[in-house]
Design a protein around this ligand. Structure first.
Ligand SMILES: *Cc1c(COP(=O)(O)O)cnc(C)c1O
Length: 389
């Protein structure tokens, strides 16, 4: 099929929930991808922070293929050594105690909400504070958690029990935090909201406040997690200890996974029958995730993520059309001077560079394994595109 035929098929048979760019990718290698016509792209997206080890990493492919050839799925009523091992390895990398496996970020957050509700149930505390401009998913409950009205429109009524506080305003959170509150949920770097890192003081103050009031601190690491910001989970860079961590996107290196991690305090909070997922903890997906966790949790690997992030940041900051660069590690947002980010995205694709946007910013989430040569090739295209405006 040629590109035009693919585009027609999409237009006829797929609900138009995405604003798509004219490229149909069929092959990839680390941070390079090729479309149906053989055109090459440098990839600064990793599929929205999913392909942590780049496209088709040989060790990841081998781990996934091997597991698919042994046993591809089993019902959660039986034990799977792939998912038990992954749970232990995640506990070691995060300092959390136990995991519930599901298939996406939204599902991981749904599980976090259920845990918070159960934790507060005895004292009738059910409200959850989230932040304005946050993003937590597309289900009706995680939409309610998402502090952006634009996403709520047309889908009311949503799940009740969410309060929205302003980011970096501790006294604002304090005002909302009465006896009806069981948890606070936040991203340390607001991804979809425009790549906005929270202030360290705010996150640490919030952690202390949660501890004082016996309210759960829940961190949504769906985008920031698994090495993206230079620590395995971003909260580790903030020096706080959450009660609940949700993780997804990059965790299985390109296969659908989500996990809700709980601290020792919440060990066994959910009882048999209180949560479940048909596919959650699937052995093929877990085999892929184990290869990701093994590689990304290595301190030398994480140091390189930080170094690459600094390199990209430095190079981007020198471009005359760039107003500011913000973010952490390989999660970067670029604010441009009077240039529309979406127009840049479209032109970059034409010129062979895949990028993302977040609000009015251009966003980069390259594979964590991106090489200097790949970064330079992408930067060159980016600079040329900006110059054409
Ligand atoms: C992407 C994202 C989600 C939703 O994840 P899905 O896998 O699309 O359900 C939730 N929270 C954050 C911070 C995200 O970036």
């Amino acid at each position: 099929m040629n590109f035009q035929e693919i585009k027609e098929q999409d237009s006829t048979y797929i609900l138009h929930t995405y604003g798509r760019v004219d490229a149909a990718l069929v092959k990839g290698k680390n941070a390079r991808a090729w479309d149906v016509d053989g055109k090459e792209y440098i990839d600064f997206t990793s599929g929205i922070g999913v392909n942590a080890l780049g496209y088709s990493d040989p060790l990841w492919v081998a781990a996934v293929a091997k597991q698919a050839g042994e046993i591809q799925h089993l019902c959660n009523y039986y034990y799977s050594p792939q998912n038990t091992a992954l749970a232990q390895e995640l506990a070691a990398a995060s300092g959390m105690a136990q995991a519930f496996f599901c298939n996406s970020g939204a599902e991981a957050n749904e599980c976090a909400v259920k845990i918070a509700r159960k934790y507060g149930e005895k004292r009738n505390a059910y409200q959850i504070i989230t932040l304005q401009n946050s993003f937590h998913g597309r289900t009706l409950t995680t939409l309610a958690a998402t502090g952006q009205e634009g996403f709520h429109k047309d889908f009311l009524p949503l799940t009740e029990g969410f309060l929205y506080a302003e980011a970096n305003d501790l006294s604002g959170v304090e005002k909302l935090l009465d006896a009806s509150v069981c948890a606070v949920l936040l991203e340390t770097v607001q991804g979809e909201g425009g790549v906005i890192p929270l202030e360290e003081e705010f996150v640490q103050g919030l952690a202390a406040l949660c501890g004082e009031k016996d309210v759960l601190l829940m961190i949504d690491e769906v985008q920031t997690g698994v090495g993206r910001t230079g620590s395995f989970y971003s909260f580790q860079g903030y020096g706080v200890k959450p009660d609940v961590v949700t993780t997804a996107k990059g965790l299985a290196g390109g296969l659908p996974i989500g996990a809700c991690l709980v601290s020792e305090k919440l060990r066994d909070i959910l009882k048999p029958g209180q949560q479940g997922s048909t596919f959650g903890g699937n052995p093929v997906v877990c085999a892929g995730a184990r290869e990701v966790v093994r590689r990304v949790s290595d301190p030398a690997f994480l140091r390189k993520v930080t170094e690459k992030g600094s390199y990209l940041r430095e190079k981007l900051s020198t471009l005359p059309q760039v107003e500011l660069v913000r973010g952490k590690g390989l999660m970067l947002g670029v604010k441009l001077k009077d240039i529309d980010a979406h127009e840049v995205l479209v032109k970059c694709a034409e010129q062979g560079l895949l990028i993302l946007t977040a609000k009015e910013l251009v966003r980069f989430l390259p594979p964590l394994t991106i090489t200097k040569e790949e970064m330079d090739a992408g930067l060159e295209i980016f600079a040329a595109v900006l110059q054409s405006f």
